[in-house]
Design a protein around this ligand. Structure first.
Ligand SMILES: Cc1cc2nc3c(=O)[nH]c(=O)nc-3n(C[C@H](O)[C@H](O)[C@H](O)COP(=O)(O)O)c2cc1C
Length: 349
């Protein structure tokens, strides 16, 4: 595994200001000429970067240059927010796939980088966010760094319905053309469980956002579901609220040993061990969408570290497939994918 483009020993702000740490050569890209409809924008391929690795316009530019075509700007809040101190990322020993039903397993920390195939990290940032003034300057720069056939999505979050609305309005004022709401965060209505697991709260918050963003498409980001019935209810709620796409999965909770610090006993696991949970989410969601005749766009990911993993997601039913950990530790992943799949067709249309 090469050194990641994100330095895990530096703070989030140091990475934002000094990174990305990519020392390779940007490969040239030959476009196939085929395009795909991504929520109204024509894009060159069906692969992209999840919310997380793209901290600001410079990170977006690198990902765009490297051939990732649908790029999510790291989740923003309506106000500046500092986030958690170091450590924000540690390697974990988790050789087997993690079952989302398993309650926050204890996983030993590793002090070396594992092989790419078994790369597992935990990330704990507390969703930091830059000031509105910074974002209103930086998001347009990120938009300007895209190549033809690429799309930028701005991810938002909030602590309650009102702050989701304010974050959405800030994204719109910053020029966002497509928004993603991160619902894999604490439930804003009941302070209990995660928002994405409560269909009524999903409806209320999503409807509030679609009410203020005009014609711009809204994606909702979710975590893993333990049963298909809950997923069905959430899909119906999101569709009724005017959402155009569902994206998953977010990290699975795990407990690093030793813990990150005295306050953070649990944090989100990503990389190889969550791929099977991500694929299961996509299979179930695709089944529901097809069975119910619901035309939502389906974005899948979790544990995509090698080019063939994108295709596993397409075969499971994803329309688009995104990576976070894979882009950071294997930045040429998109290039290798394009070389292997010059014209990957849609499997479901
Ligand atoms: C460094 C890092 C930061 C992340 N930050 C966010 C975030 O701000 N918002 C969000 O919705 N998900 C965030 N995630 C979760 C990813 O979007 C993704 O759902 C998860 O990591 C699974 O994909 P992966 O296995 O390809 O990493 C982050 C992940 C990583 C690795």
């Amino acid at each position: 595994v090469s050194d990641p483009i994100y330095d895990i020993n530096k703070t989030y702000l140091e990475n934002a200001e000094q990174g990305p740490f990519f020392s390779g050569v940007i490969p040239s890209r030959e476009l196939s000429g085929q395009t795909y409809d991504f929520l109204g924008t024509k894009v060159n391929s069906r692969i992209g970067v999840f919310a997380g690795p793209l901290l600001n316009a410079r990170w977006v530019k690198l990902a765009a240059d490297l051939g990732y075509d649908t790029l999510v700007y790291k989740t923003i809040r309506s106000r500046e927010h500092e986030g958690h101190p170091l450590p924000n990322i540690v390697y974990l020993d988790c050789p087997n796939p993690l079952d989302p039903g398993e309650k926050e397993p204890f996983l030993s920390r590793l002090d070396h980088t594992p092989q790419l195939e078994s790369l597992a990290i935990t990330n704990s940032f507390g969703m930091p966010s830059r000031s509105p003034a910074y974002l209103m300057k930086d998001i347009p720069e990120a938009e300007n760094s895209l190549h033809r056939g690429q799309a930028l999505i701005v991810s938002i979050t909030g602590e309650d319905k009102q702050s989701f609305i304010e974050a959405a309005l800030l994204a719109v004022r910053s020029g966002a053309k497509i928004l993603e709401a991160n619902f894999s965060c604490p439930n804003v209505s009941h302070a209990e469980g995660q928002l994405y697991l409560h269909s009524e709260s999903c409806f209320q918050v999503a409807k509030a956002i679609t009410g203020v963003i005009g014609e711009r498409p809204l994606i909702v980001k979710v975590g893993a579901f333990c049963n298909a019935k809950d997923l069905l209810k959430v899909i119906i709620a999101l569709k009724l609220a005017g959402v155009e796409a569902i994206s998953g999965i977010n990290t699975l909770p795990a407990r690093p040993v030793p813990p990150l610090d005295l306050i953070r006993s649990s944090s989100g696991l990503c990389g190889a061990p969550i791929r099977s949970a991500g694929l299961e989410f996509i299979s179930q969601a695709r089944h529901i969408l097809n069975h119910q005749g619901i035309p939502l766009t389906l974005i899948g990911g979790g544990g995509i570290l090698l080019p063939e993993h994108f295709n596993e997601y397409f075969e499971a039913g994803a329309d688009f497939a995104f990576t976070a950990t894979g882009m950071m530790w294997n930045p040429l992943l998109a290039h290798h994918y394009h070389q292997m799949n010059p014209k990957r067709a849609y499997a479901h249309t």
